[in-house]
Design a protein around this ligand. Structure first.
Ligand SMILES: [Zn+2]
Ligand SMILES: [Zn+2]
Length: 179
């Protein structure tokens, strides 16, 4: 019987986003086969990709034991306390991005990561699309180049956008990266 996955308030559905997958691999931290492993990025001296169970991420034991981080220390948006940042960086599964994953902070808290999105998905999230447009404008691109870039976003390809929702004010937040 499989245990219920721990709750990750900053990454509400890590199965849907694809970073926690069913697996018979034993966790390097607790040594147990618990039915799932995390296959997203881990920043640590040891090679831990695909070798940690969600429970050892949630309770911080993996971060503690291996001095591991999950978001490469990068953040977007508000400045937050170290405690809030650590709750994301040391207790929350990250996500696979083209570049190192960055996390959004808003209203003094970590935002909830909802998943990868492309132009098609962003039509349902106009505020996030507008945020990406603003960011591209800030790069000094001409507007036709900005619109071309936004139209080329692809959740399965490149460039990709990463969608979050503020847990306090429910604002949609997004950033994009491309190689
Ligand atoms: Zn474990
Ligand atoms: Zn907010």
């Amino acid at each position: 019987m499989t245990e219920l996955l721990p709750e990750f308030r900053y990454h509400p559905d890590p199965i849907a986003t694809g970073v926690i997958v069913p697996s018979g691999t034993a966790c390097l931290c607790c040594g147990r086969e618990r039915g799932y492993v995390y296959k997203g990025p881990v920043y640590a001296a040891d090679e831990l990709g695909g070798r940690l169970c969600p429970w050892c991420i949630a309770d911080g034991s993996a971060a503690e034991r291996f001095d591991a981080h999950f978001t490469a220390g990068t953040r977007l948006g508000d400045d937050v306390s170290l405690e809030v940042f650590a709750a994301v960086d040391r207790h929350t599964p990250a996500f696979t991005a083209w570049q190192e994953p960055q996390w959004f902070f808003h209203c003094g808290d970590g935002a909830a990561f909802l998943g990868l999105v492309g132009a098609a998905e962003l039509t349902a999230h106009p505020d996030a699309l507008e945020m990406l447009r603003q960011e591209s404008n800030d790069w000094g691109w001409p507007s036709d180049q900005v619109e071309y870039f936004l139209g080329s976003l692809d959740k399965d390809g490149e460039p990709t956008a990463y969608l979050f929702r503020c847990r306090v004010c429910a604002a949609q937040l997004a950033y994009a990266d491309f190689a």
